[in-house]
Ligand binder design. Structure first.
Ligand code: WT7
Length: 662
């Protein structure tokens, strides 16, 4: 953490916006940015109300902008009625953009398909009608367990069209994770595929769904499983429950009257990790979320009518919700989606695709950039210099702090020192960018996400919620509600209040869970990483407790503690300290045991949660009161000299054991 502050405060390079952006950007120049911030400061509701009227199509207009009467359960535009899919699709077709390409899809194997707005609307309507035929109605929860695909977006939009609440589960999550989400959401249907292609391999999806539903047993509320044929793999179809997507679509009308919903009607639930073992179902609204998706597309990405926009995130994450499935469509943009992985068939795939599809805006995670830097060093043919990349205008990053070295490489080697890099800070809970540069406004500093998005009120505070002076590190908070904020944790309003609006902070401050510092001269924000028990591995969020519970559920494990350690490529890596019920394994035995535990975690949560390091001890270092000394474990994981006082340790010899990775 301190490393990142130091390297950023040593960072004096400043990259002012280019003439091109200053002249052509929607928000152009610092004065325009400041005017927006001032408008919001003077009349917060007036500001958001004006934007909501300008940018969202309302079936029935709202009369109240913000209702704070039941804080922190805020309501935005509550008596307004709309439909999100109508805003994303009909709106564009009606405006004469029916022929415009909505999505360009490139498969793992390189095959390209395109769909325009008119056809996308027709497909969404057909599938929405099919869902209605299955008895799925407004407010029902539908799990989507699909690869990144046009169908994935169609499924999300079709749910929005009929007012069903989707919950997309990333295809890398296990049957066990599906089971938990099916039960927690009380979902009535799952939309999945017979399998998915990734990196030249076929991976199962439907089989995992079957297992997830079986695990849920009597607690499963699933009535229907809808299956897309993608790989042609042999799968089991449960009579009376499972239906092929292409059968359900037959004979369906290409029009579908939208379900008009209140602005606060939940658009989706997306599960994310918190500091306890149980993932949280983050609930988002329809109206406020859509407004923010559109504004951030227009202001942060400065999206233009002829742009080809590419956000590499999967629809299983919030980035894929806001910047693949909703934001680009509500702006009538053309979006590229890619089924595969950046390193297959080689690490030049992204750059090749940027050239092939003439991508203008490219948005990815620092971990991908670092992996591609590494790959280009071992295989120089995959270096971006071998590609044209002339179409690029703007670059973006998201998901974790970006180290200045990676930022500079991205800026110079990919952007050819011509494209601004917007380092966008946000979270599943914030719905869209909350701290970010705007390309026609903000002088950039590598490693800093710079300034708040216009209207969003952000601060760095101490433990009691008092704002700190610039230059002092503290906890990042959002001091006023914003339209796209999380509304509650599905089924657990008390956990929502406690996790995000803790009493200690007072005054209903939203606690982001990240450490941050503002530059003492510019006020620019630098994010220092999570200050709770949440890890960020390759931009994926995982709870340490979640992984610990997975490990201790193994019959051989007596005790486990999980911490993060810095990693050059993945940002953080998972390091697990494990005590077995039998004697401590060594050598070959330790290696095979470690592998077994990794696979166990993959089965419990998903491959993304596999610990990189596993270390076995006879015991874990604990304080006299029996608390695991996590700080000490973090030092051990990092390979640091132990500076802490270890005199209270029952068995100091275990420190030596825990230095060794299996
Ligand atoms: C956490 C949220 C937002 C979409 C992807 C992740 C970290 C996110 C940045 C950034 C530094 C960042 C934070 C945050 N994070 N963007 N630009 N700079 N850190 O969403 O899974 O909800 O994770 O990702 O730690 O709290 P998420």
């Amino acid at each position: 953490m301190s490393n990142s502050i130091e390297s950023v405060s040593r960072e004096h390079r400043l990259f002012p916006p280019s003439e091109q952006f200053i002249h052509h950007a929607t928000i152009s120049g610092m004065a325009a940015y400041e005017a927006l911030c001032e408008e919001a400061a003077l009349n917060y509701e007036g500001f958001w109300g004006r934007l909501a009227r300008q940018h969202v199509l309302w079936r029935e207009p709202f009369t109240q902008v913000l209702d704070e009467s039941n804080a922190p359960f805020y309501k935005w535009f509550a008596d307004g009625k709309l439909n999100v899919s109508w805003n994303c699709l009909d709106r564009n077709v009606d405006a004469g953009r029916g022929d415009k390409t909505a999505f360009i899809f490139e498969g793992d194997d390189g095959a390209v398909t395109q769909i325009n707005y008119r056809d996308l609307l027709a497909r969404v309507c057909k599938f929405a009608n099919a869902l209605r035929d299955q008895g799925i109605k407004k407010g029902d929860r539908v799990i989507i367990y699909l690869p990144l695909s046009i169908e994935g977006v169609v499924a999300m939009q079709a749910c929005a069209r009929i007012g069903a609440i989707h919950s997309v589960v990333f295809g890398g999550f296990s049957a066990k994770s599906l089971e938990e989400r099916i039960i927690d959401a009380g979902a009535v249907a799952v939309v999945t595929a017979d399998g998915q292609f990734r990196g030249g391999k076929i991976l199962p999806l439907k089989a995992t769904v079957d297992e997830g539903i079986a695990l849920a047993g009597k607690k499963s509320t699933i009535r229907t499983v809808i299956v897309i044929q993608r790989t042609g793999a042999e799968i089991h179809m449960e009579h009376g429950r499972d239906q092929w997507w292409h059968h359900l679509e037959v004979g369906q009308s290409e029009t579908c009257e939208p379900e008009w919903v209140d602005a606060e009607h939940p658009l989706f639930i997306l599960y994310t990790s918190g500091s306890t073992g149980k993932p949280k179902g983050v609930q988002h609204s329809s109206g406020g979320y859509l407004l923010f998706a559109r504004l951030t597309m227009l202001w942060t990405f400065d999206v233009k009518p002829d742009d080809v926009f590419w956000c590499t995130a999967d629809i299983g994450w919030i980035t894929g919700h806001t910047y693949v499935a909703y934001g680009p469509l509500v702006c009538g943009a053309t979006t590229l989606i890619f089924e595969g992985v950046p390193t297959w068939p080689n690490a030049g795939r992204f750059w090749e695709m940027i050239d092939r599809h003439k991508v203008n805006t490219f948005y990815t995670a620092p971990t991908a950039i670092r992996a591609l830097i590494k790959a280009s060093e071992t295989d120089p043919e995959t270096h971006p210099r071998n590609y044209n990349l002339d179409s690029l205008r703007l670059l973006g990053t998201v998901g974790e702090p970006i180290n200045p070295e990676a930022w500079i490489w991205y800026y110079t080697e990919v952007g050819r020192s011509r494209c601004p890099v917007v380092d966008t800070f946000w979270q599943t809970e914030t719905g869209g960018h909350v701290i970010t540069p705007l390309p026609g406004v903000t002088p950039l500093v590598p490693g800093s996400c710079t300034l708040p998005f216009p209207g969003v009120q952000v601060a760095v505070v101490d433990e009691a919620g008092h704002e700190l002076e610039w230059g002092k590190g503290g906890s990042l908070v959002i001091t006023r509600p914003w339209p796209a904020m999380i509304r509650t944790i599905w089924g657990d309003p008390e956990r929502f209040r406690k996790s995000y609006f803790p009493d200690e902070l007072g005054r209903n401050l939203y606690l982001a869970g990240d450490g941050a510092v503002r530059d003492s001269k510019t006020g620019y924000f630098t994010i220092m990483g999570r200050i709770d028990d949440v890890l960020n591995v390759s931009g994926h969020r995982l709870g340490t407790m979640e992984i610990e519970s997975a490990l201790v559920s193994n019959p051989l494990v007596a005790e486990a503690a999980v911490v993060g350690r810095p990693d050059d490529v993945t940002g953080e890596a998972i390091c697990a300290f494990v005590v077995l019920k039998r004697s401590r394994p060594e050598g070959e035995d330790a290696l095979s045991m470690a592998n077994e535990l990794r696979n166990w975690v993959a089965k419990e949560i998903g491959a993304l949660a596999k610990p990189k390091d596993i270390r076995f001890g006879d015991n874990l270092p604990k304080t006299r009161s029996g608390k695991i000394m996590r700080r000490l474990l973090r030092s051990l994981a990092k390979g640091d000299e132990i500076a802490q006082d270890v005199s209270t340790l029952e068995n100091p010899a275990i420190l030596e054991q825990l230095k060794q990775t299996a």
